[in-house]
Ligand binder design. Structure first.
Ligand code: ACO
Length: 377
């Protein structure tokens, strides 16, 4: 790149590719997968239908939906080598790191490049079983075998607890899975597409994606939202807590978004889910923290247009589903395996190596070496 050319920090507003998967309308707060508004999907579709939509590009007819459900159900069982890999990990490894490691362990001929929809189904189906096995081991509990009669999300809860979950709990978590299934060129998806662009396989891309999801500026925020609600304590203390945090120049977890300059539509939908599933006192506390935070952010960061993002109400929904905080980001990853797979397919279908330029800002060339002597070989 020519010297003096300025880079765009964070690639903000840089259009880094074309995609027919998900429309993120940041100014108006719109979100749609393959032309289906996210509210319509949250209301009407099962997660397996959204997986089908993302992988194959079309909403499934009943027969195709049955086939996708069966394909996912049939792929849940973990082969012996993967069970052994899961059981060999250090028990103290945090669940997200365990999931990332186990996706590496799953690599093999079945996942050779180029990615296929079948590979996507395999990833979506096995990831919950891998995660649940390590989580139960961490808790000192024996593994639970998948139940073919249960849907994808219900089975995930069953694998974690060993109990058949209540229908309301399942639909709440299923809505979360649908809303988190894809989101355009976010950091983890971009990381996956960079990896796929080198003609590396889907699992290598998914491992990179999970690594990118770990940080609190992307997928690592929801448990910190729960921590924040605990720290606030009661609705009456929300104002003072938020003001003090902003005075310390801290970021309020669950607010602000690179793409949305208005409310994240997923936040609104998840708030609706939380209203009917969360403990009423917890919901009331979260609602007051949100109200106070939005006013305080508008005052403290005028012009930044900081609104509630998916992680805020996502955290309350995950709490209501009975998940431990250390499972929040891994659960986000499970939901996103569908979108990551769709992006891998799209990247491979019309690939060009992603290799941007960088503006050099180092010393002028032509310096004299004054360090140690070359040793020769
Ligand atoms: N609380 C307080 N101030 C904030 C917040 C926040 N949550 N978010 C942004 N700001 C401020 C920044 O300090 C900055 O102000 P400054 O210019 O005076 O320093 C300004 O708003 C712009 O912030 P940027 O970091 O430039 O915005 P960016 O688009 O890069 O960041 C991000 C988006 C990372 C999500 C940010 O809003 C944030 O850190 N939020 C809190 C963490 C969070 O909720 N993460 C989950 C994101 S959703 C997801 O990825 C699925």
């Amino acid at each position: 790149m020519a010297e003096g050319t300025r880079a765009k920090p964070g690639l903000e507003d840089v259009v880094a590719g074309e995609s027919a998967i998900t429309l993120v309308a940041g100014e108006t707060g719109g979100l749609a997968y393959r032309g289906f508004d996210i509210a319509e999907l949250a209301r009407s579709a099962p997660y397996e239908g959204v997986v089908h939509l993302l992988l194959y590009g079309e909403s499934p007819e009943p027969e195709a939906l049955r086939a996708t459900r069966e394909a996912l159900g049939a792929r849940r069982e973990l082969p012996l080598a993967l069970r052994r890999a899961a059981d060999a990990l250090p028990a103290e490894l945090p669940p997200l790191d365990a999931l990332r490691s186990l996706l590496s362990a799953m690599s093999g001929r079945a996942f050779a490049y180029p990615p296929t929809p079948d590979q996507g189904l395999e990833l979506v189906a096995k990831a919950p079983a891998l995660l649940a096995r390590t989580v139960r081991r961490r808790r000192g509990e024996p593994p639970v075998a998948s139940d073919r009669a249960l849907g994808h999300v219900a089975n995930y809860l069953y694998l974690l607890t060993g109990h058949r979950p209540a229908e309301r709990q399942v639909r709440a978590l299923e809505t979360y899975f649908i809303l988190l299934a894809d989101h355009g060129m976010n950091a983890s998806t971009f990381a996956l597409r960079v990896v796929l662009s080198t003609n590396a396989d889907l699992l290598s891309g998914a491992v990179a994606a999970i690594a990118a999801l770990k940080g609190p500026l992307h997928g690592g925020a929801p448990s910190k939202v729960s921590d924040m609600l605990d720290a606030v304590g009661t609705a009456g203390e929300a104002q003072a807590w938020v003001d003090a945090a902003l005075a310390r120049r801290e970021r309020l977890m669950g607010f602000g978004h690179r793409a949305y300059k208005t409310e994240d539509p997923r936040a609104r939908l998840l708030k609706g889910v939380a209203a009917t599933t969360a403990d009423p006192a917890r919901f009331a506390l979260a609602e007051e923290v949100e109200r106070v935070a939005l006013l305080a952010l508008a005052r403290a960061r005028p012009g930044q247009r900081l609104y509630t993002n998916v992680e805020f109400w996502g955290a309350v929904v995950l709490e209501a589903a009975g998940l431990e905080r250390e499972l929040f980001t891994p659960t986000f990853a499970l939901a996103r395996t569908a979108g990551w797979s769709a992006h891998a397919l799209e990247q491979a279908a019309d690939n060009r190596l992603i290799r941007p330029d960088v503006a050099y800002t180092g010393p002028e060339v032509g310096r004299r070496w004054k360090g140690g002597e070359a040793t020769g070989a």
